[in-house]
Design a protein around this ligand. Structure first.
Ligand code: DMJ
Length: 453
């Protein structure tokens, strides 16, 4: 019902545009997609399919056939377009078997390739998909590319090679690994900034939240998606987790485990909502953890889930802030006005879903249900779902954006949290960072591909 409310209102007021403004009841455009249109449609395809919303899936597919156009003069974020559009199209293809989605995914993948035309092959953050000219965010340290952006292409690009028979996509992302492996890492940590021309790190800022997050996620998932054959991905992931544990993970005096940010050796005792995905990641990676550390990684996931739940529980709306701190006498609470907002993000619910599947402790469903009630009470409006400006206030102030990831991630993870484990089982699927499921490529698949060639 929540999905239907979000979808129907998008359809009514913003059909074909990127996102919906649920208060002003019109379309919302973010410059992340340039003038590529239809982000909500492409992001929502697999959720509609999984939820059995057949009519809606059909109309979404028809829109893709008739209107999804990449021959536009648009400067786009390579990362955002990859995780939402390429990822969304790939999942829609794997779930439905409809050729149009495969065709569009490969067509878009080809448009993204010029982003890798840099001296090191580390891609630009921004790309004009008509001219093929790339650049980096003007705010990024020393002209750098961002770890979480160039490090979150791997799963989709491996699948693009698999589905197109063209090895170039996989070669591009394997080269990123090569560059990273050649570099010295401060204390074994990966800084968020890397210059694509010099191949040198920018500022030594390390984060498992914004600017770093999904890089770590993709190391683990690359290994899982390869049917556990990608040893390099496995090693990079577990080595990184070891460094994160040593240098970033701390316990508050009240007993809450959190992941701090690292700035040139100094810790900022702040954790972002984005960082909360890491609970699920640690638990998902627990099974393969070296040195008998399986139980330890599950426990780490559980502790992060508990901390993130506290960050929700300590607000008046029972929805978590964008960032919360563990200093100045507070724990798991936002202290700065500009960190008190909630934009329908999925990470905490994502972690509940992984923890539920991997432990079956009923508290994760209870916590998920608390989030449902809060979303219904504070975010649901006549025209869809909106983010909130201050989750500590008693008065609602809506930000008037229904993010496309609310349909692709937040609602999908909630649905999976309350479904049986055999719906998209972890033995066969990995979720990209926008919650788009991609099948695990068994060794046999690769052999088949080789024989076809
Ligand atoms: C999504 O686009 C993805 O989950 C990404 O990895 C981080 N930001 C948003 C959701 O918060």
């Amino acid at each position: 019902q929540m999905m239907k409310h979000a979808w129907d209102n998008y359809k009514r007021y913003a059909w074909g545009l990127n996102e919906l403004k649920p208060i002003s009841k019109q379309g919302h455009s973010s410059n992340l997609f340039g003038n590529i249109q239809g982000a909500t449609i492409v992001d929502a395809l697999d959720t509609l399919y999984i939820m059995g919303m057949k009519e809606e899936f059909k109309e979404a597919k028809e829109w893709v056939e008739q209107n999804l156009d990449f021959n536009v003069n648009a400067e786009i974020s390579v990362f955002e377009v990859n995780i939402r559009f390429v990822g969304g199209l790939l999942s829609a293809y794997y779930l439905s078997g409809e050729e149009i989605f495969r065709k569009k995914a490969v067509e878009l993948g080809e448009k993204l390739l010029p982003a890798f035309n840099t001296p090191t092959g580390i891609p630009w953050a921004l790309l004009n998909i008509k001219s093929g000219i790339g650049r980096n965010w003007p705010w990024a340290s020393g002209g750098s590319s961002i770890l979480a952006e160039f490090g979150t292409l791997h799963l989709e690009f491996v699948h693009l090679s698999h589905l197109s028979g063209n090895p170039v996509f996989a070669e591009k992302v394997m080269n990123i690994r090569k560059v990273l492996n050649r570099l010295d890492k401060p204390e074994g940590l990966y800084p968020n900034y890397l210059n694509p021309s010099s191949g040198q790190w920018g500022q030594h800022h390390v984060s498992i939240g914004g600017l770093g997050d999904s890089f770590y996620e993709y190391l683990l998932k690359a290994w899982l998606m390869s049917g556990k054959t990608d040893e390099e991905g496995r090693k990079m992931y577990y080595d990184a987790v070891q460094a994160i544990e040593t240098h970033l993970i701390r316990k508050s005096s009240g007993g809450l485990t959190y992941i701090a940010e690292w700035k040139g050796g100094l810790l900022e005792h702040k954790m972002g909502h984005l960082t909360c995905f890491a609970g699920g990641m640690f638990a998902l990676g627990a099974d393969g953890a070296p040195n008998d550390k399986t139980g330890h990684h599950i426990e780490l996931g559980a502790e992060i889930a508990r901390t993130c739940h506290e960050s929700y529980d300590r607000t008046s709306m029972k929805l978590g802030p964008e960032a919360f701190r563990f200093d100045g006498g507070v724990e798991a609470i936002a202290t700065r006005q500009n960190e008190k907002y909630y934009i329908l993000r999925p990470e905490v619910i994502e972690t509940y879903m992984y923890m539920w599947r991997l432990t079956h402790d009923p508290k994760y469903r209870q916590w998920g249900w608390e989030a449902v009630e809060a979303l219904e009470k504070y975010c649901r409006v006549d025209g869809g779902y909106s983010g909130i400006r201050d989750v500590y206030s008693n008065r609602q102030s809506h930000d008037d954006v229904q993010q496309s990831f609310f349909l692709s991630e937040t609602l999908k993870y909630l649905y999976l949290l309350f479904s049986e484990d055999d719906l998209l089982p972890f033995e066969h699927w990995v979720f990209n960072t926008e919650a788009h499921p991609l099948p695990i490529l068994e060794k046999d698949d690769e052999n088949k591909e080789e024989t076809q060639k």
